[in-house]
Write a protein that binds this ligand. Structure first.
Ligand code: SGN
Ligand code: CA
Length: 529
């Protein structure tokens, strides 16, 4: 291994080969890390994954990352919800270990965040965009974070300089977040490595596109997923009693932004019928004019068509998908802008670039939007890692999970993983070698009930082909007690339409997965299920 390199742009390949050969344990300066994480981005809409939606709405900049890095086909979260997912990221721990089980308060702030360890080791650390954790950013030299979920237009950000105050900034959230990422890079000490978390608000509900893309895809008819008309026939009660159906729970005023209907019956009784108004009132006159023009045309179409039933659901789906994909378009542009900056500053060869989402999302599969369930579309996330010196343009099929990021970033920095961390470093995978003892099973646990969308609590286990889910919970004012299992063969039934639990042909599989689930619960000291 060569050692006589200089630490500036255009770095010698030797350092990167060295890192794949475990060279981080030498005295050489570690790689920089950029973790880009969007909010609710489905793998179905990242075109490198090859899904029908991505084909019609390509994401060339994200695809470029995939072409130059590793695309993970089996990347998952442990608990498909924002703050729990972010807590898994920061701590490398499962939800019951880090305390963040539900959306609100919960994080055990005595747990170490990987950012603290990197910073102590001399990394310059930063987080920009959606933080969402119910605690101050911990272990960061620089931050510019959105208030709570953040606004799309002219959002408020807080930084160490604003004395705890959130200050309104003019512009679109995805672009402002990239501006702050670049501001951090511009002002860092180039002698020291950095770790930058770029956490976008988009494409979170209620999917408000940037002005310039308000008409993108106007003339495109997007295809419907195979499971769009799922009747949940073979499933336990929770799939029937959730509140995230496009047909029944996606609103015309708030979600589809037909704001003029907000005072009219029956729309004035919709959930959050006044919720959009405040977001529009934040806009300046140019933003507002562009917006009103685009949605006036949509309202006209809605009135003209006078749809109901199945046809109305399909119309809603089209509007939803288009707004969602318009938000993705700006994400893709802004990832491109960040890559351009890195390229212009010779940072591509010494920076690990990760792209992922805090969870997946339903693009109409099972008739749904939102996430939370352990079914594939929300359990899985997009994940691309461009690792200098690692494998390029390849797919990885190992089971990886969001508890793996913290150990990965520590490994990249040459820092020993604390014993209590549950996840495992992805560095060997990035270098093309799956360790022989890599996990064969994943554990999942969702707790946020009762809450918006009314998805019951469940835990479960998944291997490369099968998935066992256990729903549980007491009876309450609106729902029966539930204690019910589902088993899916993902190879034979990728849409998860046929629950095989109790099917004698699958007894062996069922017993094996149940054993694994019991093992997780006992090894990880899970205290409710
Ligand atoms: C908000 C959304 C929900 C969403 C949660 C959690 N409603 O409450 O639809 O499930 O956030 O999302 S909204 O109209 O206020 O957007 S998460 O990504 O933060 O977990
Ligand atoms: Ca989210």
């Amino acid at each position: 291994m060569k050692r006589n390199f200089i630490w500036t742009g255009g770095l010698l390949t030797s350092i990167f080969l060295a890192s794949c050969a475990g060279g981080q344990k030498t005295k050489e300066k570690p790689l920089n890390i950029i973790h880009i994480m969007t909010d609710d981005h489905s793998y179905q809409t990242l075109s490198a994954y090859g899904h029908a939606l991505g084909k019609l709405a390509p994401t060339p900049n994200l695809d470029r990352l995939a072409a130059e890095g590793m695309l993970f086909r089996q990347a998952f979260v442990e608990n498909s919800l924002s703050t729990p997912s972010r807590a898994c990221l920061m701590t490398g721990l499962y939800s019951h270990q880090n305390g963040q089980r539900q959306l609100g308060a919960g994080i055990d702030t005595t747990k170490t965040f990987f950012s603290e360890l990197l910073r102590a080791e001399g990394y310059q650390t930063a987080v920009v965009g959606k933080w969402h954790m119910q605690c101050e950013p911990k272990g960061f030299d620089y931050y510019q974070v959105l208030w709570d979920q953040g606004e799309y237009y002219n959002p408020e950000f807080k930084s160490p300089e604003t004395n705890g105050q959130y200050v309104k900034r003019k512009g679109y959230a995805t672009k402002l977040t990239t501006d702050y990422a670049i501001d951090f890079l511009e002002h860092r000490n180039p002698e020291k490595p950095f770790c930058l978390l770029v956490h976008h608000k988009a494409p979170h509900r209620n999917w408000m596109p940037e002005e310039k893309y308000l008409h993108l895809y106007d003339d495109v008819e997007f295809p419907y997923p195979d499971t769009f008309d799922d009747d949940y026939a073979t499933r336990c009660e929770p799939a029937h009693t959730q509140e995230m159906r496009i047909a029944d729970h996606m609103t015309l005023v708030y979600d589809l932004k037909l704001n003029d209907l907000r005072n009219q019956s029956p729309y004035k009784d919709e959930w959050s019928a006044n919720g959009l108004q405040a977001s529009l009132d934040r806009m300046d006159s140019a933003q507002r004019t562009a917006w009103e023009t685009a949605y006036a045309a949509r309202l006209e179409d809605f009135k003209k068509q006078n749809l109901s039933g199945e046809a109305l659901t399909r119309w809603k789906y089209q509007q939803y998908i288009k707004d969602y994909l318009r938000c993705i378009k700006t994400i893709d542009d802004e990832v491109g802008r960040l890559l351009d900056y890195l390229e212009a500053h010779d940072l591509m060869d010494n920076t690990v670039i990760v792209y992922t989402s805090d969870q997946g999302f339903y693009m109409g599969e099972h008739g749904w939007f939102d996430k939370r369930f352990m079914y594939e579309e929300s359990f899985r996330t997009p994940l691309i890692i461009r690792y200098p010196g690692g494998k390029q343009g390849v797919e990885n099929w190992d089971l990886v999970q969001n508890i793996d990021y913290a150990p990965t970033y520590l490994d990249i920095a040459g820092i020993q993983k604390p014993n209590e961390m549950s996840g495992s470093s992805l560095v060997p995978l990035l270098c093309g070698t799956t360790p022989p003892d890599w996990r064969q099973y994943l554990y999942y646990h969702y707790y946020d009930y009762p809450a918006i969308h009314m998805v019951r609590r469940h835990d479960g286990v998944r291997d490369a082909q099968y998935k066992l889910i256990h729903f549980y919970g007491e009876k309450d004012d609106t729902r029966n007690a539930v204690n019910c299992n589902e088993l899916y063969d993902l190879k034979a039934d990728p849409g998860e339409l046929h629950n095989l639990y109790g099917n004698p042909d699958y007894q062996e599989v069922q017993d094996r997965l149940q054993q694994q689930l019991d093992r997780f619960r006992s090894d990880l000291k899970v205290d409710e299920f």
